[in-house]
Ligand binder design. Structure first.
Ligand SMILES: *Cc1c(COP(=O)(O)O)cnc(C)c1O
Length: 463
């Protein structure tokens, strides 16, 4: 499988190079040159596979030629046996043809474990084959950092530096990162906000000389391997409610358009998907583009669903690339303009986006209402991101006979504030994290100055 950039000017790469590269040289994102397509008969034949075997079927075509089948199956097995539910991605019923797909049974209690636990293993494997080392640098507002650290803590061939804004992530989120005491893991608490962290990562990728010859690797969802691993649970959940013999719809709480883009790919690969609902909070750029062809940055607002507090949805570029007939020059031009001003898609391109997606934006007050309402209806406790998904599903649903599956992206224990605001009792930490508040923490508080952060890293990386 070959990978091309959405801006058409970067070299064509194979899977292993895309895995280590992150962003393309031309500023674009890598996508597969062609997608595998599975017939209904093939999909039907997977109905009884356990999650890890299904994952192999779906991921194998994307890595073929770079990773041997036995190695791939072993890494997938190791990843998903580390989850705390035998079903890996179990479904819970909320109502008639209304389901929640629980994606929070991984080690850090958010859906990012599905991709990042595998990503760390894939990177380590490729680096070992090449005899190279890599330095992971990432910024986090919470969930990405802990999942990435957990995924990389056992890696022999990389060091990982994760920056979070000092005093601005929840205590559970911070402790999930800072209590991992591996000697290749470094937590930096930056005296700044999340945007400062992200800016510093971006500037460091642009000029990597401070690492004395080592290269940086990315763990955010610009990394193609993350999207790839997320395609699997669309298939597993759809199969469990009767696909491919019936259509299925999905509602996806999203900020960066990564998770829902994986659902779009599942549809392109042959899964009979009726509706794909984009669910956002007040940071609603995706809803504004889809419903009104208004692609403009708003003011970033802090909400009760902080993992979706994102102003620029980087993965949307991957969708636009398809909608613009894979014309890299057109995408490069569009993204250049978007940096400076509001953009509007050409009318027929926008119609194509609208034909693929529905969208809905939910404010904080409604988020709490939905948590309270669903708890009253079923006794089930939603996290705020998932509550936004459920609300959007209920608002956008067009056919009550088609199963509607909302992706539950986090365990409610990670975000207690809206649960308490909804008048409910905050849930308990699961058994494997029950001593989280007693564990030793390790992190370094650094000033918001790039020279000091880079010096800190340069002193610690292993060559
Ligand atoms: C990261 C995250 C999201 C948003 O995921 P995208 O990659 O932006 O689609 C939603 N919910 C939770 C809990 C998250 O951690």
């Amino acid at each position: 499988m070959k990978y091309i950039s959405t801006r058409g000017q970067a070299p064509v790469l194979d899977f292993a190079d895309v895995l280590l590269a992150g962003l393309a040289e031309d500023g674009g994102l890598y996508v597969p040159e062609t997608l595998p397509h599975f017939s209904a008969a093939t999909i039907a034949s997977w109905a009884e596979l356990p999650y890890n075997e299904l994952a192999f079927k779906i991921i194998q075509p994307f890595v073929a030629g770079c990773i041997a089948d036995v190695d791939l199956q072993r890494m997938i097995d190791e990843t998903y046996t580390g989850f705390n539910h035998i079903g890996v991605a179990p479904m819970v019923q909320l109502g008639s043809n209304e389901w929640v797909l629980e994606l929070f049974h991984g080690p850090t209690l958010a859906f990012k474990d599905f991709a990042l636990q595998l990503l760390g293993r894939l990177m380590d494997h490729v680096l070992a084959q090449r005899g190279e080392r890599l330095v992971i640098m990432g910024a986090t507002s919470g969930d990405t950092g802990s999942a990435a650290i957990e995924g990389c803590r056992h890696s022999q061939h990389l060091d990982i530096f994760i920056m979070h804004p000092y005093n601005r992530v929840s205590e559970v989120q911070r402790r999930q990162m800072t209590t991992i005491l591996a000697d290749n893991v470094y937590n930096i608490a930056l005296e700044g906000n999340f945007d400062d962290c992200q800016e510093m990562v971006k500037d460091s990728f642009a000029d990597q000389a401070f690492l004395g010859g080592l290269k940086l690797g990315a763990v955010n969802s610009i990394n193609w391997a993350r999207i790839m691993a997320q395609i699997v649970y669309y298939f597993s959940s759809a199969l469990s409610v009767g696909a491919p013999h019936r259509e299925v719809s999905f509602s996806v709480p999203t900020g960066n358009f990564g998770d829902i883009f994986a659902g779009y790919l599942a549809k392109q690969m042959g899964l009979p998907v009726r509706q794909l609902v984009v669910a956002t909070n007040r940071n609603d750029i995706l809803h504004r583009v889809i419903s009104g062809n208004d692609m403009s940055k708003g003011q970033l607002e802090h909400t009760l669903s902080p993992s979706m507090d994102i102003m620029v949805s980087s993965n949307f570029e991957r969708l636009l690339f398809d909608v613009y007939g894979r014309d890299g020059a057109a995408i490069a031009d569009l993204m250049q303009r978007f940096k400076k001003e509001a953009v509007h898609l050409e009318p027929q391109r926008w119609e194509a986006v609208r034909a693929l997606f529905d969208s809905y934006a939910v404010d904080d007050a409604t988020t709490c209402d939905v948590i309270r309402q669903v708890h009253a209806e079923t006794g089930y406790l939603l996290d705020p991101h998932t509550a936004i998904g459920v609300k959007a599903a209920r608002e956008c649903r067009r056919d009550s006979k088609v199963p509607m599956i909302t992706l539950a992206t986090a365990h409610p224990v990670k975000f207690p504030e809206p649960v308490v605001k909804a008048g409910l009792q905050s849930p308990q930490l699961p058994a494997h994290l029950s001593d989280l508040f007693e564990r030793e923490e390790r992190y370094s508080v650094l000033p918001n100055r790039i020279a000091e952060v880079q010096a800190f890293m340069a002193e610690r990386v292993k060559h």
